[in-house]
Write a protein that binds this ligand. Structure first.
Ligand code: PLP
Length: 439
């Protein structure tokens, strides 16, 4: 039986907090997609998370399918991570000097991702991609960067063109404040289109420092690379002396013990030169990294001339959280993530089919998203061609039934190993009820 469905206006405490927040924080949120602009209504202010569950300021309980946009792969409040964080914090919050925990975390990353010989730790995915681009430009002595429409690499000036989810949600083609000079060094191509890449390289190959791509796109909904696409990127960049940067901030340590690389394998024509990581590797704390070929990484200060730094880089508390999280990410964990995701996606397929709701589910490991359209989605144009309004109604139908989806149809759903049978049954019931409601 369907649980009682409260009214959407039933979030008075969140609404009051939002009103206060708006006075002191633009839009009341510290990252735009949290504001619910594309789905409407009041963003829920969270007070607590445990395992797969969240509780908001009004005492409502939700199955969390956002998982902090990826990091919370073990669910909320994992006891081992909590202990590691407490131990690290008891020894000091930050030193601005090297610590053993950074070495352990770097060793863990290097051991999981074969082609990565060295890493530099930073505090956010944005910093990781920004630094990787600077390094690629320093290494090649070139300035042009190629990215793909619908791929988001953080809010780096040069990469904030046609950047998927957050930006798509607002319908902004670009952001004011990004100088034409920064955007002018960026070439945006359609994802999964090797012919377009070949054409650009034929014309400007000697100016291109790097091609950056989401290892499997997750910021226009989930759009995996077509067979041969990653290999083609490697072949073309290598031929022209440009670096290939694989952004695994979202997919890293989530799609497999290494990331998307572990699922697709190293391309026949060779591994990417640089990788970026974030999210899971911080276990919910601010830790991210970029890394790759040792000869490229040797260009970084203090070994080389390319400057890059951070007061809180390698923060011991964040490093402890990330290291413990990764150590707990065993093969069994990835198997369970797959089961959880398959159960949820299967429920969507069944309920949407029963009610005649056009849909398409796409996958990258246990990351999946539901497009409100039919037919394969291979690029950003396809992704934008869906029923955004109907997604909004589905989102709110789910929220009222106690399931918190990402508040945008351009986002992956994220699951955790803590999503137990009780949480799954609750979510599956909500999917059935919500599909009936929006039919
Ligand atoms: N790269 C990818 C693929 C991402 O999904 C994100 C964030 O969602 C970023 C980079 C930026 O990471 P952060 O939000 O930690 O700056």
């Amino acid at each position: 039986t369907d649980p009682p469905v409260p009214s959407a206006a039933d979030a008075p405490h969140s609404a009051a907090l939002l009103e206060r927040a708006r006075r002191v924080i633009p839009g009341g949120v510290n990252s735009p997609v949290r504001a619910f602009r594309s789905v409407g209504g009041t963003p829920r202010f969270m007070v607590r998370g445990l395992g797969p569950w969240l509780w908001d300021a009004d005492g409502e309980k939700y199955v969390d399918l956002v998982c902090s946009w990826g990091p919370m792969i073990l669910g909320h409040g994992d006891a081992d991570v909590l202990r590691a964080v407490a131990e690290a914090a008891a020894s000091g919050f930050s030193f601005g000097m090297p610590t053993e925990r950074e070495v352990l975390l770097a060793e863990e990353l290097v051991s999981r991702v074969g082609p990565v010989e060295q890493v530099r730790l930073v505090s956010s995915g944005t910093e990781a991609t920004m630094s990787a681009i600077r390094l690629a430009r320093g290494f090649t002595g070139r300035s042009v960067v190629v990215k793909f429409a619908g791929c988001y690499h953080g809010h780096v000036d040069a990469l904030l063109a046609s950047a998927g989810s957050g930006v798509a949600t607002f319908g902004l083609p670009d952001s004011p404040g990004v100088p034409a000079s920064a955007a002018g060094e960026t070439i945006v191509l359609p994802y999964n289109d090797l012919a377009a890449l070949e054409a650009v390289f034929a014309e400007r190959g000697d100016q291109i420092a790097a091609v950056i791509t989401e290892a499997a796109a997750g910021n226009m909904g989930v759009v995996p690379p077509a067979p041969g696409f990653t290999d083609g990127l490697r072949r073309v960049t290598a031929r022209h002396g440009a670096l290939l940067v694989s952004d695994e901030v979202m997919t890293g340590f989530r799609c497999s013990p290494s990331g998307w690389l572990g699922l697709e394998g190293v391309p026949g024509s060779g591994a990417p030169d640089l990788f970026t990581f974030g999210k899971v590797m911080g276990g919910g704390f601010p830790a991210a990294a970029f890394g790759g070929r040792a000869d490229v990484m040797a260009m970084l200060a203090p070994e080389g001339p390319v400057y890059q730094a951070g007061t809180l880089s390698g923060n011991p508390v964040a490093a402890a959280a990330g290291l413990t999280t990764l150590q707990k990410c065993t093969d069994e964990v990835y198997a369970r993530l797959g089961t959880v995701a398959a159960t949820l996606a299967g429920a969507v397929e069944e309920s949407f089919t029963r009610h005649g709701i056009p849909h398409r589910v796409q996958w990258a490991g246990s990351m999946f998203s539901v497009f409100f359209r039919e037919g394969e989605v291979v690029d950003y144009d396809d992704a934008r061609d869906q029923d955004v309004e109907r997604f909004g109604r589905f989102f709110h139908a789910m929220l009222r039934r106690g399931v918190h989806l990402p508040p945008s149809c351009f986002e992956s759903w994220f699951v955790s190993v803590a999503h137990d049978d009780e949480a799954l049954e609750h979510a599956v019931r909500a999917i059935a009820g919500s599909a009936a409601e929006i039919a």
